[in-house]
Structures are given as structure tokens and as C-alpha cells.
Design a protein around this ligand. Sequence first.
Ligand code: NDP
Length: 444
Amino acid sequence: MNELSKKYFETVKKRNPGEAEFHQAVEEVLECLEPVLEKYPEYVESGVMDRLLEPDRQFMFRVAWIDDQGKCQVNRGFRVQFNNAIGPYKGGCRFHPSVYLGIIKFLGFEQIFKNSLTTLPIGGGKGGSDFDPKGKSDAEIQRFCQSFMLELGKYIDADTDVPAGDMGVGAREIGYMFGQYKRMKNKWEGVLTGKGVGWGGSLARTEATGFGLIYFTREMLKANGMDFKGKRVVISGSGNVAIYACKKAQEYGAKVVTVSDSNGYIIDEAGVDLALVKQIKEVERKRISEYAARKAGATYVDRPNPWEVPCDIALPCSTQNDIDLAKAEVLVKNGVKAVGEGANMPCTNEAVKFFQSKGVLVGPAKAANAGGVAVSALEMSQNSMRLEWSFEEVDQRLDGIMTNIFAAVDAASKEFGMPGNYVAGANIAGFLKVAKAMKAQGVV
Ligand code: NDP
């Protein structure tokens, strides 16, 4: 890191003590932007960088709700409105016991660049709660979501801040939150995305992040003389992103041999049976170990480390810091050629640098998983126009957006003398649009 980056980084660490994930996300961006700030010193002089590293505002609130035993439970809710230079704050809500301010801030910070890369008019934000949806009844989920929205609803509307889903928040939770918002405001507006089809949701939103990841990775492979056909693919996670990444990779002729959850992974050399995964995870909401119990020839490994399984392409689609340096070393030893980040920040900074030093292609999350938020922005457009586009139309737009994102990322990496470094390319291309807008709008 140069002296300027160090100065920014020290300020961030001092202002946000103990928020390791946020520090990690900032460190990567600062390192990548060094040549950009040398070329455009006006972004330093006008305070764009100082302002970009500090959220516009952040809310923390109590969420009290009654469980099925009639007992009061208390969780903590968050919304970080990070930057709205190019459009309303946009980013999902995560319900997971690991959630605290540092996680929401890292996700909100990354979202600024990701949303900019989509070329659509959306700013960066993120929210969530330390509520654990696992093992809760449907009635408990509903009461929690209503209570969460009762507070969150004070800070959002369709032109200000438009939350969506993330880990632990799918169509069911969005439905309960949307219903509560409507009751509070007596207004039908596109305040949340990821809504159900038939009441404002966009076709292909469910598939968007996973499909988008594969479209981006396809472009990255193509630019380097490769494709998915016949490749062995390892996927972590078995949630929304993992399922639809698996589907599209299989359609492109890849053999997906694993999916996982936080307890372990399954390995199926015949290729993952996606219908079975969907039945277990989306319908029955059970553990992935069930897969091995029901599918002949598949085995379950009782640790959440699918990265020990040899593969050509690794698609981490579960959570942050899933692949550290040690796991990256095993993947490289086993011959991995490309990594497509479906989850947010799934590789540590050390793992990314190691992959790059060994010539492994890395498709960074900010670019590679932008398909979800891109289709969310298309959902906002459809809501505003009171229109519904067909699945094919949305999917085609998504493919075009992901193809363009790869082109922009590739071009930025080349312009700043780091060809093939798509991590730097994504940070640079995402930054430049936001920085230009911030400078034009003055010191606010
Ligand atoms: P889901 O909640 O649908 O699925 C998450 C999956 O990750 C589950 O299989 C879960 O297993 C697993 N998981 C969670 N924690 C761990 C852990 N510590 N170790 C191993 N596995 C774990 O979430 P999504 O699929 O929506 O999101 C996955 C990632 O993609 C997140 O990083 C999210 O931020 C990112 N993302 C999602 C987008 C979307 O549109 N949904 C958009 C862009 C990014 P278990 O059931 O055991 O918890």
C-alpha cells in the first residue's frame, strides 16, 4: 500500500474498530485504486475518497417479536445507506446469526461498486439482522419480518432505498416484509425487490445471481481460450445462488460434482441432481446431508470444505471468507483454472493474490454476482412502468449486462496496466462512474 492508501485505511480502521470484514473489503479496493488516484488526483483533492469510505448514514434498531411459546425475543436490525451518487440505495437484507455492523458495512461498501458496474441507476446499501431463520416456524418468520419492517420502513421508499433478499431472506421473507410495508404506508410501491411473480416481482429474479455468475464466468473463460464444456465444477452453498449457478453451468455442459451447506458437502461423481437439491433445500428446507441418503452413489462429507475436491472451476456461493490461503493452495495443487465468486467476498485477499500469482483466473464478486442486483433494478423499472417483461426478455437483458460488465472490467484492467487482473478491473470500473458523479454533485 502507498502512503495515501495507508492514510485512508488507518482512518477507516480507527473509525470502525473491530469490523474486520469491512477493513478487508476496503483494503482490497484501496490497493486496486492506487493507479487511478495517481491519474485522477482530483478525486483525492475533492474529498471523493474520504466521503466514499464513510457511509451516508447507518441505522441500528431493536427488533422485538413473540416466538411460538409466547416469549419475547430480541434481535438487532441494521440498514447502512452507503452511497446514493448514481441512484437510490440498493442492496439486500441478510438474516444470519453472524450479522453485525461490520458485515453489513462490508456488503454495503462492495454494493456501491457492484451496482455501478451494472450501468443501471442504483446506489449502494445493505441491511439485515442477527436473526437466525433456521428452525423457526413460518409464523415466527412472519412475526419477525413484520417487526423488522416496522422499524426499517421508516427509512426506505421506492425512490430512497430499495432493499432485497440475501442470505436467509428469500421470496417468503420479502413477501412478509412487503405486506407489512404496504400496511404501514397504505401505498403499493416497488420498495422491495425479489417480490413474487404476480405481485410486482420480475421473472428471472430468482435465477439472476446464479445465472449471471455463469454468464460472467463464461465471458472470462472465453477471453482466455476456455469454456464450461466438460469441466469439473465445485460449488459451495446450496442456497439461491448455488442452485441457479449449478443449473446454468450444467446447461453449458459442465459437470458439477458438489454442493454444500454450513455443516458439510455432498460429492456426486455422476453430476449433481439439481431437482433433488431443490426439493431438499427449497421445498423441505432440510440439510444437504439428505442428498446422500436419497441418491445412490453420492457421499456426504461432514465438514464444509468442498475445496478439497479436485476441479477445473471453483464457484464459491455460500459466504464470506470461504476460501482462505490454505484452501486456495489445495485448489491450485489440484489444478483449478478459474474461480467465479458467487458469494460476496468468498475469498480472502491472500487467497485471491495467490490464485493470481499462479495464473488462476478470478472473477470477483462485485462483477461476477452483480446479476441479482441488475435484475432487481429491472424489477424496479417494471414496477415504475407498471409492466411485466417475459422470462426470456429479462434473461436476455441479464446476459447482455453480464457480458458488458466483463468487457468493462477487462478494459479497465488493461487501461491501468494490469491485464487479466479482473479484481482490479472491477474496482476501477465501478469506482470511476461513482467518483465522477460524486465530484459533479459537490461536497455533500
Ligand atoms: P442462501 O441463504 O440462499 O444460501 C446460503 C448458503 O450458504 C446455504 O447453503 C448456507 O448453508 C451456506 N452457508 C452459510 N454460511 C456458511 C458457512 N459459514 N459455511 C458454509 N456454508 C455456509 O443465500 P444466497 O444463496 O442468497 O447467498 C449466498 C451468497 O451470495 C452470499 O454471500 C450473498 O451475499 C451472495 N449474494 C446473493 C445474491 C442473491 O441474489 N441472493 C446476490 C449477490 C450476492 P446453511 O443452510 O447451513 O446456512
